[in-house]
Design a protein. Structure first.
Length: 139
């Protein structure tokens, strides 16, 4: 009887420690990226920055290797609602995913509010004045 109680207490404590470590790891990207924004972070769309360093890449790759690549975006819609715009951590950077055609059109055509941007590693490879890195005025 005594051994069963000790075992149950151990399992509960171990489960609590695992849950705490998981929560801390999932919060690292939020602490590192979103807290730097100050009050601007309240205007971010809903979403999840995922695990440190890898972010949402595992679910992204799993979805695109499966027979249903739309499941990646469907997961965001299920978890955060039909907003059409979500925050994520993709390719080593905090990112915004736009899924609604009207929002995509605005992002692609409104150079005043949406500047073209690429990860720094991509810009090193292709150059800052390449075709994909310049605005319509510079072109």
């Amino acid at each position: 009887m005594e051994l069963g109680f000790i075992w149950a207490v151990f399992v509960v404590i171990f489960g609590g420690v695992v849950a705490l470590i998981r929560w801390l790891l999932k919060s690292v990207n939020w602490w590192f990226y979103e807290t730097k924004l100050g009050d601007k972070r309240f205007s971010l769309p809903p979403g999840d920055l995922g695990w440190p360093f890898i972010g949402n890449m595992w679910s992204f790759l799993r979805a695109f290797k499966s027979s249903n690549p739309d499941s990646f975006v469907s997961n965001f819609v299920t978890r955060f609602g039909h907003t059409g715009i979500y925050k994520a951590f993709m390719f080593g950077n905090p990112s915004i995913i736009v899924t609604v055609p009207e929002a995509c059109r605005r992002v692609l055509t409104d150079d005043e509010y949406f500047k073209p941007g690429w990860p720094s590693s991509t810009m090193k490879l292709i150059g800052r004045k390449s075709f994909i890195g310049i605005s319509s005025e510079e072109h």
